[in-house]
Design a protein around this ligand. Structure first.
Ligand SMILES: [Mg+2]
Length: 166
């Protein structure tokens, strides 16, 4: 397992089995915002994604949005909509924000999972923080210009790997 390899590859965040999270001892889901739960093109959280967040909360699992987005007000608004905490300007791939979220909750890395749509930010930060990682497909083709460059590099790693649920 390299730093760029996720533990799991899924078509979308809402396909994560909440019962399985509990069985794995996961007590907190750390997750990316843009194109993981909030599509960059519409900015509207899809109902099935919102429903998944409700199921996670009902299972007693904590949630924390960890976003590199510098617009803290937008990040907080999405987190509020999903009923969870948020850290904006997280500086992923550095693991600092993830580690802080776990420390605040008194959790060990093996009690958390990081979910995101980008290898170089989400998967790497999760790996460095020592948590299990899930890479999902981006919800839209709309990305920031530098993300589009990273996507080309990402293809070298993800290649034609199959994602569960596709
Ligand atoms: Mg993202």
């Amino acid at each position: 397992m390299g730093i760029f390899d996720a533990d799991r590859y899924l078509a979308s965040i809402d396909l994560i089995d909440v019962d399985e999270l509990r069985a794995q001892g996961v007590r907190c889901v750390l997750f990316d915002r843009d194109n993981t739960c909030v599509p960059r093109d519409t900015g509207i959280i899809p109902p099935k994604v919102a429903a998944w967040f409700s199921r996670v909360r009902e299972a007693g699992i904590d949630l924390c949005m960890v976003s590199n987005n510098i617009h803290a007000d937008q990040v907080r608004a999405s987190a509020r909509e999903l009923g969870c905490d948020a850290i904006a300007f997280a500086l992923k791939p550095l693991p600092l924000a993830l580690t802080r979220a776990l420390r605040l909750r008194g959790l060990r890395p093996d009690e958390a999972v990081m979910v995101g749509d980008q290898v170089y930010t989400d998967v790497v930060s999760g790996t460095l923080a020592g948590v299990r990682t899930v890479l999902v497909r981006p919800q839209s083709a709309s990305d920031l210009w530098y993300t589009l460059i990273l996507r080309r590099l990402e293809r070298l790693i993800v290649g034609d790997r199959s994602f569960e649920g596709e």
